[in-house]
Design a binder for this molecule. Structure first.
Ligand code: ADP
Ligand code: MG
Length: 284
């Protein structure tokens, strides 16, 4: 194993936690004087050339939201050297939701609802702050610890945007991961907060059955299926034990027309999530 590299600002980086889609790698890091552990996203400036604004944007968004909600992965520090940019986060040792789904096969409906409620609560907070995440998917949802009941947090603000009040619905650049992308992104008709609600629908579907709703042979077919909203609660053996409430929730989120799709505040109040909700627990 290569020796740990000492970086400025008192952190020593160690094993790799995850690889990044762009020019970055996420490593475990220990603060030399306090001994505290963190996750450090190391971004190579040369490989990042031309996309520096994306990192500056990620930092700006993180600074705005880091302390505001318990289910957001906090940025605790950032600095740079001649070659790299470093973003230091809370360390989430429990890994990605994606890996837990894969190792568990599927979640019980109650667990799924609990997870979806947590994500929706964090997303509603972001939306209230004027931020659209745009890359919600199980790889970007991390467990703070390895415990079975570990807290989940939203990470990866690399594609997020601060929405200007008078510019709602005008983002037009294509971004995200095809399977979780909303139809309006492919139609390039402008998109906004509602893309996150769509992604929550895809994640809920995934948690309930273990596969995604628009999975097709090719990316083109997948995109066509998304634009048409063409998905089913099939094969039936995966869905017969799932409640009508859960299916209704998914259906609401996967409304093709974003103007008819509910907001994050509206889906947070959905009956399916109310059952597991903190303050508004079902009395029955
Ligand atoms: P990218 O924009 O390249 O997808 P992410 O911020 O999603 O970068 O980080 C890539 C991966 O690194 C994540 O999917 C996750 O596995 C790991 N990772 C990121 N942040 C943390 C963290 N705070 N704690 C533990 N692992 C992390
Ligand atoms: Mg990511």
């Amino acid at each position: 194993m290569p020796a740990p590299v000492t970086v400025p600002c008192q952190y020593k980086t160690g094993r790799t936690l995850g690889s990044s889609s762009f020019s970055a790698v996420v490593k475990e890091a220990v603060h030399i004087t306090t001994g505290e552990y963190f996750a450090c996203k190391v971004i190579n400036k040369k490989l990042m050339a031309g996309r520096e604004h994306m990192v500056r944007n990620e930092i700006a968004v993180l600074k705005r939201v880091s302390a505001g909600h318990p289910n957001i992965c906090r940025l605790v520090d950032h600095f740079e050297t001649a070659h790299n940019l470093y973003l230091v986060f809370d360390l989430c040792t429990g890994g990605e939701l994606f890996d837990r789904i894969c190792s568990k096969g599927n979640y019980y409906e109650r667990d799924a609802a609990e997870i979806v409620r947590t994500i929706t609560s964090a997303v509603k907070y972001l939306h209230d702050e004027g931020i659209v995440h745009r890359d919600l998917k199980p790889e970007n949802l991390l467990f703070r610890s390895k415990a079975d009941d570990a807290e989940l947090c939203v990470a990866d603000f690399g594609l997020s945007r601060i929405m200007d009040d008078n510019k709602f619905n005008v983002l037009t650049t294509t971004c995200g991961t095809p399977g979780y992308m909303a139809p309006e992104i492919f139609r390039k008709s402008g998109h906004g907060f509602k893309v996150d609600v769509w992604a929550i629908g895809v994640i809920a579907y995934f948690l309930l059955c273990g596969y995604t709703p628009f999975d097709r042979e090719t990316q083109y077919e997948e995109m066509q299926a998304i634009i048409r909203g063409d998905y089913r609660f099939e094969p039936s053996e995966y869905w017969e034990g799932v409640s009508a409430q859960a299916k209704a929730f998914v259906k609401r989120c996967l409304t093709v027309d974003p103007t008819n799709r509910p907001t994050s505040a509206e889906i947070l109040a959905d009956d399916w999530l109310r059952v597991v909700g903190g303050d508004n627990k079902d009395p029955g």
